[in-house]
Design a protein around this ligand. Structure first.
Ligand SMILES: [Zn+2]
Length: 158
C-alpha cells in the first residue's frame, strides 16, 4: 500500500493503514477496533495498542467495531513541526576534553551522528578536511536534522 506521495505506509501486523488527504492515518485492526494517528510513530504505537487490546480483552468484535477510534492525546495541531528548510553547518569546535561519541554514520560515512557532553549533533568533513557540525542541541532537535540529512542522502545517492 502506498500513499499519494508514493512513499510506503507503515506496515502494521494485523492492521490496515490508510492515509487521508489531511495527513491523518486511519488504522483498522482485524479485531474491528480502529485508531487514528498523525505521525508514523503514532501509527506504530497505535498498531501495538490495537493488537494488545485485541489480545487482552473480553470484548466482542461487534463491541470493538462500535468503540470510538483510539487517538493520540492532544489536538492534531500538536503534530511535530516540519523540519526546518535549511540546515546550517558550522565549524566544529570541541566543547569537551572527552572524545566525541559516534553513534552512527550514513552509508558512505558522509555524516556521523554524534554526542558530546550531553549534546547531540551531526558531523561531516567539510572543505580541506575541516570538521563541520549541524543541529547541535537536545536529542530531538539534532535527530530531526540527522533524519533529514539521511533522507536527502538516500534521495541523491548515485
Ligand atoms: Zn551513502
Amino acid at each position: 500500500m502506498a500513499n499519494r506521495t508514493g512513499a510506503p505506509l507503515p506496515d502494521i501486523p494485523g492492521c490496515s493503514v490508510e492515509l487521508d488527504d489531511s495527513g491523518t492515518y486511519h488504522l483498522t485492526h482485524h479485531s474491528g477496533r480502529r485508531a487514528i494517528a498523525y505521525t508514523e510513530r503514532q501509527v506504530i504505537l497505535a498498531g501495538m495498542a490495537l493488537g494488545a487490546l485485541a489480545t487482552l480483552t473480553d470484548k466482542s468484535p461487534q463491541e470493538f467495531a462500535e468503540a470510538p477510534p483510539l487517538q493520540p492525546i492532544g489536538p492534531p495541531q500538536e503534530r511535530p513541526e516540519p523540519a526546518p528548510a535549511a540546515i546550517v553547518w558550522r565549524p566544529h569546535v570541541p566543547r569537551s576534553p572527552r572524545p566525541i561519541r559516534v553513534y552512527g554514520h550514513s552509508c558512505c560515512r558522509a555524516y556521523e551522528w554524534c554526542c558530546e557532553a550531553g549534546q547531540f549533533f551531526v558531523l561531516r568533513e567539510g572543505e580541506h578536511g575541516r570538521l563541520e557540525e549541524a543541529g547541535r542541541g537536545v536529542y530531538a532537535k539534532a535527530r530531526q536534522v540527522w533524519d533529514e540529512l539521511l533522507a536527502e542522502h538516500a534521495r541523491t545517492h548515485i
